[in-house]
Design a protein around this ligand. Sequence first.
Ligand SMILES: [Zn+2]
Length: 277
Amino acid sequence: MDLPAGIGAALAFVLGAIVGSFVTAVAYRVPREMSIALPRSFCESCERSLPIWANVPILAYLGLRGRCVMCGAPIPFRNFLAELGLAVAALYLYLTFPPGSAIARFMLCAALFAIALIDYDWRIIPNAITLPGIVVGLASAALLMSDEVGWRSALLGILLGTGVLFLTGYLYELVRGREGVGMGDVWLLAMVGAFLGWPGVVFTLFFGSLLGAVGGLAMALTGGRRAQAPVADPSADLPETDVSILRTEIPFGPFLSLAAGSYALFQPQLMHWYLGG
Ligand SMILES: [Zn+2]
């Protein structure tokens, strides 16, 4: 593992970009129940296979100015963002944490990125990512991050994450008479707990709820009414002031993912800041 620092950093960046490209493929294919492996990369507009060189992460997007080489349709900007974002994350983790810890944190970040994209698009969080994620996270906490997390904290994190969100969802349904927290969110937080231990769950819950409240308020004020009952519905003649966050279905996953990802990347700084050291 004694790579010259420059080469190791470059490798981390390239590997991060490749995983970022893979994450966009997962986010596109998993909800459509397509295979991850086949067919190989294709344009989402013309559905033709891309030549090998057009698959090079980051560079292909820049070289083609964000357009499909065959049909000229715009390539989603977020694909570029995922490639660049995970490349920078991998580089930063490589330079900041011990190798095992960096790998574990990166795996979590990649899974969170895919989940955020899928939940934003489809309002679902696939068990196909979270359930294996819980197992991988627990193994990582015990083997790769035994000093920082360890299996006890990971198990507590799984229990805390599952318990708190499950209870919240149960109470919400009791009060509002409809599902407010999906089981997808529950398993997502369990996965976060498995990787980061119980303090990671506490941070993700608080910071994620804060982000969700701000984001939900923004959505309720801008586009929230579209998500509400159609005008023909007799229950729709509610007072105008009832545009509440609770009535607007917002995807919680992207906010939880952002909070958990922040913790995975900046845990030392956050602890330092929180403890006022
Ligand atoms: Zn195309």
